[in-house]
Design a protein around this ligand. Structure first.
Ligand SMILES: [Zn+2]
Ligand SMILES: [Zn+2]
Length: 341
C-alpha cells in the first residue's frame, strides 16, 4: 500500500510502498482510511519532541485522527462487519488494566497509539483494535469527521473538565482558535454558562469563533493582556483553556488568570514556570488534559449527529501531505485539514 512516512526528524515525509497491515491478534481490525486529520502533534513528531516521551519508532507512518471503513476483522471481532464506516479512537487500549476498566483509555498500561507509537493513518490502511471503533451514523462520511477522533475529543475532554466552573457571570478565555479552539467554543456553549472570550493572532479565525458562538474576540497583537483585563473588569478570566501551550501563552495565562481560577493546558511544546508563592497566594489551579476517552468520543459523535458541533475542515489528496503540514506550520490553516488517500 501507499504510505507517507517519517524516516528522519526535521525532514519531509517520504512516500513509500509498504506491506499492507495484517491481522495478528483476534481483536485486530484493519481500516481502509477514508480520511486522516492533520494535527499540530504531527509537526511535533516531525520535530522529534515526542521522542523524549515515548521513543518514536522511526521509520513509521504518522496520522492519529482517522476514520474509514472496516476492511478486515480478527476472529473475535463481533461488533463490526467488513464495510462498516467507523471513526477510530486514537489509541488501541487493552481493556484489561485498571485504567481501561476505569474508562480512561489514554492511561492504558499497554497502550498502542497508531500514528505515535505504531504505524498511523497517512496511508491506505491502518491497524487498530475493535475497542477503538465507533460506527458512524447513516450518511456521515469518514473524511468529514476524521478530525473529531483527536482534535474533537481533546477539545471535548478539556471543556468537560472546565464546564463545571463556567457558572453564570464567569468569563472563559480560549487561547487559539484553530482546529481545537473552534470546536471548544461550540462545546463551551453547550456545557458552560458564562461568557466566552476567544483569543488568536488571526482575525479570520476570530471571526469564525464568533460565528460558532464566542461572546467576545481579542486579537493577540501585543495589547491583548490589556484587552483581556478590560473585558474582565481588571480581575482576569475565571477559566483559561490554552490550546497553544507555548512559553508566551503559559506566561501570559499565569499573569491574566483570576485568583482561584482554573488554567487548563491542552496545547504543548513550551515550558510552564510559576513561582509556588503565586500558586498558593492566588490559589491557581493548573490542570493538564490529554486527548479523551472512548466514551467522550462516543458522546461527541452524538452531539455532531445532532448538529450541535460543526467541524470546519478542508480535504486534500494525501499526496499533498508535506504541503499541508507546511501550511499548518505557517499558520495558514483555518479549522482542520483532512488527507484523503
Ligand atoms: Zn492530534
Ligand atoms: Zn489498558
Amino acid at each position: 500500500m501507499k504510505a507517507w512516512r517519517l524516516k528522519e526528524f526535521n525532514q519531509p515525509l517520504v512516500h513509500e510502498e509498504i506491506e499492507d497491515p495484517e491481522i495478528t491478534a483476534p481483536t485486530d481490525v484493519i481500516i481502509k482510511i477514508g480520511g486522516a486529520g492533520v494535527c499540530r502533534t504531527d509537526l511535533h513528531l516531525i520535530e522529534g519532541i515526542w521522542d523524549r516521551a515515548l521513543e518514536t519508532p522511526l521509520p513509521f507512518t504518522i496520522g492519529h485522527e482517522n476514520a474509514g471503513w472496516v476492511h478486515k476483522a480478527g476472529s473475535s471481532v463481533t461488533m463490526f462487519e467488513v464495510g462498516d464506516p467507523v471513526i477510530v479512537h486514537p489509541v488501541a487500549s487493552c481493556g484489561k488494566c485498571l485504567s481501561c476498566r476505569s474508562g480512561e483509555d489514554m492511561h492504558c498500561d499497554n497502550l498502542v497509539f497508531p500514528g505515535l507509537t505504531a504505524d498511523g493513518g497517512y496511508a491506505e490502511y491502518l491497524k487498530t483494535s475493535e475497542r477503538a471503533l465507533i460506527k458512524l451514523e447513516n450518511g456521515v462520511e469518514p473524511k468529514d469527521v476524521a478530525p473529531l477522533a483527536d482534535a474533537g475529543i481533546t477539545a471535548y475532554r478539556a471543556v468537560q473538565k472546565a464546564a463545571p466552573f463556567a457558572r453564570p457571570g464567569t468569563k472563559t478565555l480560549l487561547i487559539g482558535m484553530g482546529g481545537l479552539g473552534h470546536i471548544a467554543v461550540q462545546l463551551m456553549k453547550e456545557f458552560g454558562a458564562g461568557d466566552i472570550i476567544a483569543l488568536d493572532t488571526n482575525e479570520e479565525r476570530l471571526n469564525m469563533a464568533m460565528e460558532y458562538g464566542a461572546d467576545e474576540k481579542i486579537l493577540a497583537d501585543g495589547n491583548h493582556l490589556e484587552a483581556v483585563r478590560h473585558l474582565t473588569e481588571d480581575i482576569g478570566p475565571d477559566i483559561i483553556i490554552d490550546f497553544v501551550g507555548e512559553d508566551d501563552t503559559h506566561k501570559e495565562s499565569m499573569e491574566m488568570l483570576k485568583k482561584g481560577g482554573h488554567y487548563f493546558v491542552v496545547g504543548y511544546g513550551g515550558a510552564l514556570h510559576v513561582p509556588s508563592l503565586d500558586v498558593i497566594n492566588n490559589e491557581l489551579n493548573i490542570i493538564g488534559s490529554l486527548v479523551g476517552n472512548y466514551t467522550q468520543l462516543y458522546e461527541l459523535m452524538k452531539l455532531h449527529a445532532k448538529g450541535k458541533v460543526k467541524l470546519h475542515s478542508t480535504s486534500y489528496p494525501m499526496s499533498e501531505a508535506n504541503e499541508v503540514l507546511q501550511m499548518l506550520e505557517e499558520g495558514k490553516i483555518n479549522g482542520r485539514t483532512v488527507l484523503v488517500p
